[in-house]
Write a protein that binds this ligand. Structure first.
Ligand code: COA
Length: 259
């Protein structure tokens, strides 16, 4: 795998993926989107990777789509371009492994949409979130008008999308877009703590957790509850379910195999 704009490091069953165009605040051009697809696919297919952490190099998580590509763009170009964009977020939602966003700074436009596609979000107090597309004559194109209202509610989403205003990490936490806000110097440590917590669980059970909760964003309640019932039943086919129950009864820590 040859990556030009993304760093990939695998360590102790965790894939650390870092968007790496710091000079332009990790703006997402076609190269970065392709690199993200390759890096995410590598992590998806690697059985030794249980958890993925997504971050940004420099002072931003990502300031969104690379606007320099846009003055000459026409509708058919955007369809081609955004197909790649959507795939990157869709792949994140589809990968059956937890993805933690480690948000150091700006998460705007496509950067905010990448945050939405992660499962758990740890943010620095310095982070800023927003959908500023309206200010350059467009609407969000990677979930900002569809996923965001489901996460923070219609009115708040409309305010963000219509004003293009940025919100602080604390405000994003209050709205439910962020799980935890920490001082900048504690961002890595807080992320590692979350990684450690998730690593005590069975990777196969985490997969089912993600699949089941993702259904709640896609399905009407009755269908979602049915999907939950099916996934719940599937848990009983795993060795880790037997081990989890046994370990509890024997008052010991479970030894999970991810099977
Ligand atoms: N696309 C392309 N380049 C971008 C970019 C983007 N989305 N966001 C930032 N950059 C570039 C800037 O052009 C600048 O490049 P330069 O040094 O060659 O001039 C560099 O990144 C640093 O950004 P700058 O604007 O100087 O930093 P700042 O701290 O003053 O402002 C932001 C930071 C995030 C507020 C501002 O860069 C911004 O509003 N970016 C656009 C965000 C956006 O609209 N995203 C949605 C796109 S659809």
């Amino acid at each position: 795998m040859e990556l030009k704009t993304v760093l990939y490091e695998k360590k102790d069953n965790v894939a650390w993926i870092t968007m790496n165009r710091p000079d332009v605040l990790n703006a997402q051009n076609a190269q970065l989107r392709n690199d993200m697809l390759a890096a995410l696919d590598e992590a998806r297919l690697d059985d030794e990777v249980y958890i993925i952490v997504l971050g940004g190099a420099g002072r931003a998580f990502s300031a969104g789509a690379d606007i320099s590509e846009w003055p000459k763009m026409f509708p058919m170009d955007t369809l081609k371009d955004f197909y790649g964009n959507r795939r990157f977020y869709e792949l994140m939602r589809a990968i059956p492994k937890p993805i933690i966003a480690m948000v150091n700074g700006y998460a705007l436009g496509g950067g905010c949409e990448a945050v939405m596609a992660c499962d758990i979000v740890i943010a620095s107090e310095k982070a800023k979130f927003g959908q500023p597309e309206v200010k350059i004559g467009i609407i969000p194109g990677g979930g900002g008008t569809q996923i965001l209202p489901r996460l923070i509610g219609e009115k708040r989403a409309k305010e963000l999308v219509m004003t293009g205003d940025f919100i602080t990490a604390q405000e994003a936490w209050q709205m439910g877009l962020v799980n935890k806000v920490v001082p900048p110097e504690k961002l890595l440590e807080a992320t590692q703590e979350m990684v450690a917590k998730l690593k005590t669980q069975s990777p196969v059970t985490l997969k089912f957790c993600k699949l089941a909760v993702n259904k709640s964003l896609q399905l009407p309640l009755d269908e979602g509850l049915k999907a939950e019932q099916d996934i719940f039943a599937l848990c009983f086919s795993t060795e880790d379910q037997k081990e989890g129950a046994k370990a509890f009864l024997e008052k010991r820590t479970p030894k999970y195999k991810g099977k």
